[in-house]
Write a protein that binds this ligand. Structure first.
Ligand code: F6R
Length: 236
């Protein structure tokens, strides 16, 4: 695991963005795995800024997001499709047909999960996956106890994850109870992983990631086995 410690969120965003930008410049047809939540917002701002200033093109890039809430249609203001459009896709030259996010309102969610997995395989896998981490060690929406062998699947969100996301919905009752998420094995199959860890609320999770044992009760611990992980972490 390569660990890059930074002083500020600004720096974390810049370091993370540069890793993506260099990848896309070197391999313009890269397949990127994307995350949502608070942590990567600054990184996406930096990508947009770089696109405007330096013209890095995403025309040939394909993307797969980690997850989506079950029950929200694409146009819902809290859907991850809306998040991605607002923070990134609408502001760069990416072909929206090449951006993939699981459909949280699919009539058959199990079939959707399988189809998502197939589309990732069809794209030859993910070259570089961006991750955030939950306070409980979740990656994607793979909560503690998720089998390391899991592929894209439907998950029940834990109370702590729903509470953490309450800020986006305004009211806990409005936060969905389920999500469709890449599995741990799906994430581990990415050729390279960039994990961003920001803020004091994640300090304990970071310590456990680095020093803790590998166990399904702490999903991110599996990353210790991946050969190409970069962790960018804000010093706390
Ligand atoms: C988001 C995702 C989640 C978040 C994690 C951290 O697509 O899959 O694992 O990365 O919940 O969220 P923030 O960044 O809001 O603290």
């Amino acid at each position: 695991m390569r660990i890059i410690e930074v002083e500020t969120y600004e720096e974390l965003s810049e370091v993370g963005a540069q890793i993506i930008i260099q990848k896309v410049r070197k391999e313009p047809n890269s397949v990127l795995g994307l995350a949502t939540g608070s942590t990567p917002i600054g990184l996406y701002e930096k990508l947009v800024h770089d696109y405007e200033q330096n013209g890095t093109s995403y025309q040939h890039v394909t993307t797969f997001n980690l997850d989506e809430y079950v029950g929200l249609d694409e146009g819902h203001e809290q859907s991850y499709r809306t998040y991605m459009n607002d923070h990134l896709f609408d502001q760069i030259d990416i072909d929206k047909q090449q951006t993939h996010i699981p459909k949280g309102d699919a009539p058959d969610l199990v079939a959707e999960a399988q189809y998502y997995e197939e589309r990732i395989q069809h794209a030859d896998g993910i070259d570089l996956q961006i991750l955030g981490i939950g306070r409980n060690g979740h990656i994607g929406f793979n909560e503690p106890g998720t089998p390391f062998s899991s592929r894209t699947h439907i998950v029940d969100l834990t109370p702590s994850t729903r509470e953490a996301n309450q800020k986006f919905f305004g009211n806990l009752d409005l936060v969905p109870t389920k999500a469709i998420s890449m599995g741990i094995a799906t994430i581990m199959a990415s050729k390279e992983i960039l994990l961003l860890i920001s803020g004091p609320a994640k300090a304990e999770a970071y310590q456990r990631l680095i020093h803790g044992k590998m166990e399904e009760q702490f999903p991110a611990s599996i990353l210790q086995l991946h050969p190409r992980v970069t962790v960018v972490v804000e010093k706390s």
